[in-house]
Design a protein around this ligand. Structure first.
Ligand code: FES
Ligand SMILES: [Fe+2]
Length: 379
């Protein structure tokens, strides 16, 4: 069934200037999407955005990733926990949405678990000689926090998070990412494959054609792609002004992070944490996108903008931060029509693999190579 796919994935390798792009089937074929779910979303460390979504004990979110209903919750010791959102009695969902709760209580028959997943209460069940509560705790998943980001993994044999990230923390140390605070969050659905959304954020090629009057003029030609050791790709570019504002609002820039120096004070680093989270580390702020599949041609996107705590104290912060959010909206407003066209063309039975511009799309190519390898391991 996957013979043609296998041959096409083999071409997604080698130097960026001769590698093929991902096969269109990876974006539009439901059978490949199923393979992707197992080979990528149920195997990799998946980005869940910023840690400060769960600030205090009991803060929780119910999310579904790769068809797995999941609870993310901060426990009383301050550690983040993740559990299958399937009750150990007869399997019901327990939590929905997000909020704060000092216990996880199933609405069906009221089995109740503590924040570390231990079963505490099960009404009318027999005593410990017959029914041992300790045998019926929630099913835990691996979860980790690094540099202010959260990662979850549904596979117990995948390497640990530090091996996965490699030199990520070292490369991003100048930005002190763990100090930054979320000030803005936006959720949207886009009618394209999730990979397409992350790709467009990570390439400079489209800037003059899709963003000619909004942000193109801010970005210089990017540095060459960097060799990194983790499961991510990153590319830096100096900017004329800040990448966080539109060309016409540059005079309202908030102060740069006080700890940045050298070229980092004068540009933006675009990083893609494989598979599903990407961010721009700019001089005053970072903006982060997570994308997950809903259908082959539809994805859920979450955007987060973060500033240093000192900047949030700035007397004109609210007004100026809004200009940063407006810039994100303006770029999205231009990217989304391009993404819809991209997906519709790619979904044609006559679409075939293309090639990359090595200077302007190396992050996209690095992801494609990692993704092709991930799929090939399961074929
Ligand atoms: S299914 Fe949860 S208590 Fe019965
Ligand atoms: Fe764009």
């Amino acid at each position: 069934m996957f013979e043609q796919l296998n041959a096409e994935l083999a071409a997604v390798s080698g130097p960026v200037n001769t590698a093929a792009t991902l096969p269109p089937a990876c974006y539009a074929d439901a059978n490949v999407a199923e393979l992707e779910r197992d080979a990528v979303f149920r195997t990799a460390w998946i980005g869940l955005g910023r840690s400060d979504q769960w600030k205090t004990a009991g803060d929780y979110s119910a999310v579904t990733i790769a068809g797995i209903p999941t609870i993310v919750i901060r426990d009383k010791a301050g550690d983040l926990q993740a559990f299958a959102n399937s009750c150990r009695h007869r399997g019901s969902l327990m939590l929905e949405g997000s909020g704060n709760s000092q216990a996880i209580s199933c609405p069906f028959h009221r089995w109740t678990y503590s924040l570390d997943g231990a079963l505490r209460g099960a009404p009318d069940m027999p005593d410990e000689s017959v029914f041992k509560k300790c045998d019926h705790g929630l099913i835990p998943f691996r979860i980790a926090e690094r540099d202010g980001f959260v990662f979850i993994c549904y596979n117990n044999t995948t390497e640990d998070i530090d091996a996965w990230l490699g030199d990520f923390s070292k490369v991003h140390a100048p930005w002190k990412l763990d100090k930054l605070v979320t000030t803005h969050r936006l959720e949207l659905e886009v009618n394209c494959n999730w990979k397409g959304f992350l790709e467009v954020f990570n390439e400079y090629y489209h800037l003059p054609y899709v963003h000619p009057t909004t942000v193109d003029g801010v970005y210089d030609r990017p540095d060459p792609a960097e060799k990194v050791s983790g499961r991510y790709a990153t590319q830096f570019s100096t900017t004329d002004g800040t990448g966080g504002l539109l060309e016409g609002s540059q005079q309202y820039a908030l102060p740069p992070m006080t700890w940045l120096d050298g070229r980092n004070r004068d540009g933006t680093r675009y990083t893609w944490l494989f598979p599903n989270m990407t961010f721009a580390a700019s001089t005053e702020a970072i903006w982060v996108y997570e994308a997950t599949p809903l259908e082959t041609g539809k994805c859920r996107v979450i955007m987060t903008v973060c500033f240093p705590p000192e900047t949030i104290e700035h007397e004109d912060f609210e007004n100026r931060a809004k200009l940063y959010y407006d810039r994100m909206d303006a770029a999205l407003g231009e990217d989304i029509p391009a993404l819809l066209r991209y997906h519709q063309g790619l979904a044609s039975p006559f679409a075939i693999q293309g090639r990359y511009c090595a200077e302007l799309e190396p992050n996209v190519a690095s992801f494609a190579m990692w993704y092709a390898d991930s799929l090939k391991k399961k074929l």
